[in-house]
Write a protein that binds this ligand. Sequence first.
Ligand SMILES: C[S@@+](CC[C@H](N)C(=O)[O-])C[C@H]1O[C@@H](n2cnc3c(N)ncnc32)[C@H](O)[C@@H]1O
Length: 257
Amino acid sequence: MDSARDTHGCQNTTKYDEEQNLEDDFTSSKLGTKEYWDDAYRRELHTYRDIGDVGEIWFGEESMHRVIRCLKKENIPANAAILDIGTGNGMLLVELASCGFTNLTGIDYSAAAVELAKNVLGQECLSNVKVEACCQEGNSALFILEGEAKSRKVMDFLSSPVELRGFDVCIDKGTFDAVSLNPDSTADGKVCYLRTLQGALREGGLFIITSCNWTKEQLLHFFSQGFEFQQELPTPTFQFGGRTGHSVTALVFKRLC
Ligand SMILES: C[S@@+](CC[C@H](N)C(=O)[O-])C[C@H]1O[C@@H](n2cnc3c(N)ncnc32)[C@H](O)[C@@H]1O
């Protein structure tokens, strides 16, 4: 495990660890708590205001390019409704917008992340998209909407299913990992996540997940109900003890009818 993964709480046991139980939870961590993300993004917002650094892009810039290459290859239209689940600093939205995608929604339950993302998007002069944030019961959401017509409120991805509907593409970069690490309810959280995702994504829509905590086999197992595996996106490999593994897994699923 490299140092970056240590600091991120990534616990991927690599795909060649065949003995593992597919449903096993790993050790919970503060990275699964809202307090952690609030603190982290409060600090990143402060830094951004000081020196203009957007902060951490989880799994690096290549992780965004990998997703966008996949969208292009799949001929996803520019006006497809795309949801970034747990958008953090919003940089994936910035990249998507700069690649021509126009109907983008990012959600995050951290108010500080929402504020940072709004700042970052504003700085990028993304005048073709509208940015809104709302707070309700301590939860927050960020919307980037095409035109003025849509106005919705969402909260925590795990507890606001009715507000999120009809997306053509849902993207998760590190958020399912965070949900899985929640010390209070790792199993419940994952079940809620799956239910919300199934509601948010239209039939035939794509779900693209990047994870450092779950192996390909575990993700295939977890998203076996209601989803069909489409492809694995190539991620960097590492070698250890004569064997090769991935520290990050990126998979594409299709929502079944
Ligand atoms: C590992 S960070 C990834 C951030 C961003 N996707 C990226 O790739 O840089 C996980 C993000 O998920 C958010 N998050 C975690 N649980 C969430 C939930 N239940 N609902 C909405 N956002 C959540 C956190 O606030 C944080 O921004």
